[in-house]
Design a protein around this ligand. Structure first.
Ligand SMILES: Cc1cc2nc3c(=O)[nH]c(=O)nc-3n(C[C@H](O)[C@H](O)[C@H](O)COP(=O)(O)O)c2cc1C
Length: 142
């Protein structure tokens, strides 16, 4: 059974390119082995991540990620069984929200869009907009 999970979290400590690079390297290595695909969006102190794959693999990975000290205040926003992957091209695509001015503004403190309280559908729609805008980096084809 394929599942898709969306969670949001708050970065602990500064999100440097080294931190992000290290996370993405682990993600790309492990996810390719366990058949996980997805996207990690990061910017303005928050992470949004979508994990897709076999339910047992996704649940196990989410449990591991939840223990990671580089972020906290994880909130599972959505988990649903799916027929097909949406981000199947990427072991873990990376989108820096800062690269998209509109989306960046949407995540700023001045905006009333808050990834914790917005509907999961809205959060997912914004992720899709970032991906559709082609702002995908570090995204090897599986
Ligand atoms: C926001 C965030 C997203 C992460 N995403 C993944 C992921 O998709 N796959 C993965 O294997 N590890 C991910 N990690 C890292 C794991 O928590 C863990 O550190 C790593 O898998 C351990 O493997 P390693 O020792 O080989 O680096 C993520 C960590 C953070 C903070």
């Amino acid at each position: 059974m394929l599942t898709r999970l969306l969670y949001v979290s708050t970065a602990v400590g500064p999100v440097t390119t080294t931190v992000t690079g290290t996370i993405l390297r682990s993600a790309q290595t492990h996810n390719a082995v366990s058949g996980i695909t997805g996207v990690l969006c990061q910017g303005r102190g928050v992470y949004l991540q979508v994990l897709e794959g076999e339910r047992s693999q996704v649940d196990a990975l989410y449990a591991r990620i939840a223990l990671d000290k580089r972020h906290g205040n994880l909130k599972l926003r959505q988990q649903e069984n799916i027929q097909a992957r949406r981000y199947g091209k990427w072991a873990m695509a990376h989108v820096d929200m800062a690269y998209l001015p509109d989306a960046g503004a949407a995540y700023s403190a001045q905006s009333n869009f808050d990834v914790y309280s917005a509907t999961a559908e809205d959060v997912m729609a914004r992720i899709d907009a970032l991906v559709a805008a082609g702002k995908v980096m570090n995204a090897p084809v599986v």
